[in-house]
Design a binder for this molecule. Structure first.
Ligand SMILES: O=C(O)[C@H](O)[C@H](O)[C@@H](O)CO
Ligand SMILES: [Mg+2]
Length: 390
């Protein structure tokens, strides 16, 4: 079997969107002086879809959501020529070709995300070629089904947040992730607002359910050091990405500061990036996303590394490419889960592009033993609402 072609297309959402409200989630831009609203940079409304076809007619699907137009250019210009004509079963060799030939300017960020998309499509081909789901190629089922946490609860009106939590509690979810709205730029009033939201959520879900808290890199070390002791009484399961991804010392300090586990890695890349985080004890929960970190070839190795450090892996964003790794790894206790909503920030956009994403039931996800590959197909239902760049 040989790879015949690589097609990378950008799917830009042109359909209806629900504008996220006010300070719906703190983010790294909050710390930079700006005359415009910093939240507006925080959208994921396009996606790169990669289709790799083999000479025997199998088509593998991969995707990347970071800087989609740049990712497409990297795939077209640099990565496609490295894999065309090659045997997809040589996935490690192909991965190393992509990684090493772009190393001088690639390594992390959008280049690694582009490599991830090609690698995902290759693994989809492998599964399809032997008629097995990808998780079977990675070691098989380590759990009957995957526990998942409800992820949204953007910082909106407190009552709205409480109603949202109640609705998904009633649907059987036992774990919830919410977003802080405020950071260092919002002074003591912002501190109060952050605490108010957490208290209000605990009122609804109680202390027998898990609550995770997301900063999305919108704090700094000093602010996080003030906030964590105040949050301790609310027993968060973790506080996520309190500082920017490059501040590994900051993570390490915060992770030792209180009883609250610090999570991160959503914006970290490659086996080496995670080795650094683990060696420094910088995170207590690892949250790579397979479509950023280097695809399944890299994520599988990171899982093994995390297993050896006894650090759980809870990949970012749900999605099939992550679920297959979670299903097959002892290091992964659960998944993130975004239900399908109207297009808002864009975290939910993959439901509009792909068919096959599992729907949670009572807080659990299931993967089918008999669906080969990653289990995704391109959806036709919303096709007319995308502008597609070839
Ligand atoms: O952990 C997450 O789910 C992410 O940080 C979100 O994708 C982020 O976009 C906030 O909604
Ligand atoms: Mg996150």
């Amino acid at each position: 079997m040989k790879i015949k072609s690589v097609r990378a297309r950008v799917f830009e959402w042109k359909g209806k969107t629900v504008p996220p409200q006010g300070n719906f989630c703190s983010n790294a831009m909050d710390l930079v002086y700006s005359k415009t609203e910093t939240m507006s940079t925080f959208r994921f409304h396009s996606w790169t879809v990669v289709e790799i076809e083999t000479d025997d007619g199998i088509v593998g699907l991969g995707n990347v959501a970071l800087a989609p137009k740049i990712a497409k250019a990297i795939i077209d210009e640099y990565l496609a020529p490295l894999v065309i004509g090659q045997d997809p079963w040589d996935y490690e060799y192909l991965w190393q070709r992509m990684y090493r030939s772009t190393h001088a300017w690639g390594r992390k960020g959008v280049t690694m995300a582009a490599i991830s998309a090609v690698d995902l499509a290759i693994w989809d081909i492998l599964g399809k070629s032997v008629n097995k789901p990808v998780f079977k190629l990675l070691g098989g089922r380590t759990k009957e089904k995957i526990p998942c946490y409800y992820s949204k609860l953007y910082r909106t009106d407190i009552k709205e947040m409480q109603d949202e939590a109640q609705k998904f509690l009633d649907q059987g979810f036992t774990m919830f992730k919410s977003r802080f709205g405020y950071g260092p730029a919002h002074g003591t009033q912002g501190v109060k607002e952050n605490l108010k939201a957490v208290e209000a959520l605990r009122e609804v879900i109680g202390y027998d359910n898990d609550l995770m808290l997301e900063c999305y890199m919108g704090w700094n070390l000093e602010y996080a050091k003030r906030m964590l002791p105040k949050l301790e009484k609310f027993q968060p399961r973790w506080v996520e990405e309190p500082v920017i991804a490059d501040d590994i010392d900051g993570y390490a300090e915060l992770n030792q500061l209180t009883s609250i586990p610090i999570s991160g890695g959503e914006h970290e890349f490659s086996l080496y990036g995670f080795k650094q985080l683990l060696e420094r004890k910088a995170v207590s929960v690892v949250q790579y996303d397979t479509n950023r970190v280097g695809g399944i070839t890299a994520a599988h190795k990171i899982n093994a590394l995390c297993e050896s450090y006894s650090v759980p892996v809870v990949p970012h964003a749900g999605q099939m490419h992550n679920y297959h790794l979670t299903m097959s790894s002892m290091a992964s206790p659960m998944s993130e889960y975004f239900p399908m909503f109207d297009v808002e920030v864009g975290n939910e956009l993959f439901y509009y592009i792909f068919d096959g994403e599992p729907v949670a039931e009572n807080g659990f996800l299931q993967l089918d033993d008999n669906t080969p590959g990653l289990g995704l197909t391109l959806k036709t239902e919303f096709l007319d609402q995308f502008h597609i760049i070839e």
